[in-house]
Design a protein around this ligand. Structure first.
Ligand SMILES: [Zn+2]
Length: 116
């Protein structure tokens, strides 16, 4: 059990780390001139995880976020994608798309499904 907890915790930390590293790389590569601002805006889109507070338990390693939490519904993905093409809010859109993609990959790796 301790081994499982350790593994689970390190996996969770890795997932959180990805939520930071991927936006950082995107900021450095595509928004070189104002990468700090780009990174901050994309990091703020992590606030989308506030919908986890509505679930019990708040975090469950055996649950797929995609399609479960209200702001992680598949029907919203085209909306998030659309934001990527509206210049004033495109970083919000990009941040949300990265977030949804990482969450979905997490579901695939852990549970074998892209969404539920
Ligand atoms: Zn999420």
């Amino acid at each position: 059990m301790r081994m499982f907890n350790k593994l689970f915790r390190s996996h969770f930390m890795f997932h959180l780390l990805l939520h930071f590293i991927v936006p950082l790389l995107v900021a450095l590569i595509f928004f070189r001139e104002h990468w700090e601002k780009a990174l901050i805006i994309m990091m703020l889109t992590m606030a989308v995880d506030i919908d986890h507070l509505l679930a019990t338990p708040i975090y469950d390693p055996l649950r797929c976020s995609m399609g479960f939490h209200p702001l992680h519904q598949l029907i919203l993905v085209p909306l998030y994608l659309g934001l990527c093409f509206i210049k004033p809010v495109r970083l919000v859109g990009i941040g949300l798309m990265i977030h949804m993609l990482l969450d979905s990959i997490d579901c695939k790796v852990n549970l074998g499904v892209w969404f539920m």
